[in-house]
Design a protein around this ligand. Structure first.
Ligand code: ZN
Length: 493
């Protein structure tokens, strides 16, 4: 019964979104009524798996500039045909007679963004608390990601079972509005160390394991594996470079985290390791880490790290916008007047940004200086690793604090990658094809025949000017327009 009412709620929400979208998706009134009838029938019978793949007839998008996500240059005047949630043809030819068409002259189509490192259910407004870990808070965040064009989100640890596991299944099936969801159940932190006890005190101790022995570490990994986690996460950071005024926090014992990696591999799970410093990145990779979940920020990366990453095939997620988020809004109060930024802000954050005293105090903090240095080092390192041929993913740590705004953080990340020296097309390739590849998903991340029709329609050319990513005018998920994006909400930029 609960499942059916959730589906009905999802259906109601979808139709209310669809109503605001252009007419071309609705077909004739009779056709639309039949679709509603069919959908209601299967909802009541509990047989619909994909209530969001509602376009039963093929749709052709014509005259589009197309960025396919592979890093190739955009093609102009392209026709994209979508049927049953998938792309069925791409090319220069006009669609067959009788196929419903949508003219996208002057607009760019690109794959939806994929985040390899975010969090859900930790923050609500300006609070971080255990009580935030609810279905409603998580679905609201996934809906915000979707508005910003992020249709696949990886919540990399600090999750609560069984709600997280249930929501992942539901999002995979498209039962609720919002981004698809992957991630790590709890993760393995250090007793007395990272993630900081003060943060976990607020969040809840059931959202992390802190093993003291290799046996406890293996047990924690087995628990996550039994719950069906997508990865295992381990924190290896003493926080000293982030906060130089404080003494280093205790690290997990080497035998403990190494046992966790060995056990994860025994259970056929890959391990994402939170690192900050070069030395710990070397150690993690030497003992089998599959993903570095953050960029190296204390020193320039060396040839040995590049060799380790390339030999092992491990991924590197820089999360550039993480450090910037700590001071960005204090430095940019004009974001209050920019729809793209303010549309992602809770009201409490808007109040803070409006206060000159808060902005001054934030910019004067010693940690702000450290964050600027960390961002500069992170940008220098991602460029060196990219040029060195390392596999780079895309993530931001959005959702982990009230300043890391779901969706907006991913747009900043693209801009910061370009500032680091990547071309806009290279940055887009990381945030689409590469990010999906890190997750092992080959059904999305590129626009090609047979792939999911998860894409963004943009009133601009982000392959020329990366900040045009803010000009999303529509988001399509599984072949259906699900959000009118950012520009339709009013004047932006
Ligand atoms: Zn994180």
């Amino acid at each position: 019964m609960l499942r059916i009412s959730l589906k009905l709620l999802a259906f109601t929400l979808t139709t209310s979104v669809t109503r605001r979208l252009p007419r071309q998706d609705c077909g004739s009134n009779t056709g639309a009524l039949m679709k509603v009838f069919n959908l209601l029938t299967c909802l009541v019978a509990g047989t619909c798996l994909l209530p969001f793949a509602a376009n039963a007839d093929p749709v052709a998008l014509t005259h589009a500039r197309l960025i396919d996500g592979t890093g190739k240059a955009a093609t102009s005047d392209t026709t994209l045909v979508i049927d049953h949630g998938q792309i069925v043809s791409i090319g220069a030819k006009p669609p067959a007679l009788g196929v419903k068409t949508i003219d996208l002259a002057g607009k760019t189509v690109m794959p939806a963004l994929v985040s390899d490192h975010s969090h859900v259910g930790l923050v609500d407004g300006m609070t971080t608390a255990s009580r935030n870990y609810t279905r409603a808070t998580i679905l609201a965040a996934l809906d915000q990601y979707r508005r910003y064009g992020v249709l696949t989100v990886t919540a990399l640890g600090l999750n609560k079972s069984p709600l997280f596991d249930q929501l992942r299944r539901e999002q995979h099936q498209g039962l609720n509005p919002g981004a698809d969801l992957y991630g790590v159940d709890q993760g393995i932190g250090a007793p007395g160390g990272m993630p900081p006890e003060a943060m976990i005190d607020k969040m809840g101790h059931d959202q992390i394991s802190r093993p003291r022995t290799p046996i406890e570490a293996r047990r924690a990994v087995d628990r996550m594996a039994d719950e069906g986690t997508d990865f295992v996460k381990i924190w290896l950071d003493d926080l000293h470079t982030t906060n130089p005024a404080n003494p280093p926090l205790p690290l997990l014992g080497a035998s403990v985290w190494q046992a966790a990696i060995a056990e994860a591999h025994k259970r056929h799970l890959r391990v994402a390791v939170h690192i900050h410093d070069l030395d710990l990145a070397h150690q993690a990779l030497a003992h089998g880490a599959d993903i570095l979940a953050h960029g190296v920020r204390d020193k320039p990366v060396d040839d040995a790290l590049i060799a380790q990453l390339k030999t092992s095939g491990a991924w590197y997620i820089p999360t550039l916008s993480l450090d910037e988020s700590t001071y960005y809004f204090a430095e940019h109060p004009e974001t209050l007047d920019q729809t793209t930024a303010s549309g992602a802000m809770p009201s409490g954050l808007k109040e803070l940004i409006a206060q000159e005293a808060w902005r001054k105090a934030t910019l004067a903090k010693p940690t702000t200086e450290a964050a600027r240095a960390a961002l500069a080092m992170n940008q220098r390192n991602v460029l060196a690793l990219y040029r060195g041929g390392v596999k780079i993913g895309f993530g931001t740590d959005s959702g982990a604090t009230p300043l890391r705004l779901p969706g907006f953080a991913e747009h900043r990340e693209l801009i910061l990658l370009v500032q680091a020296g990547l071309t806009p097309l290279q940055a887009i390739n990381l945030a689409t094809q590469k990010a999906a590849s890190l997750l092992g998903l080959d059904d999305r991340g590129v626009l090609a025949v047979g792939k999911r029709a998860d894409f963004l329609i943009i009133d601009g050319a982000p392959d020329r000017t990366i900040s045009d990513i803010d000009l999303i005018s529509q988001v399509w998920q599984r072949g259906t327009p699900v959000s009118d994006g950012l520009v339709a909400k009013g004047k932006t930029l």
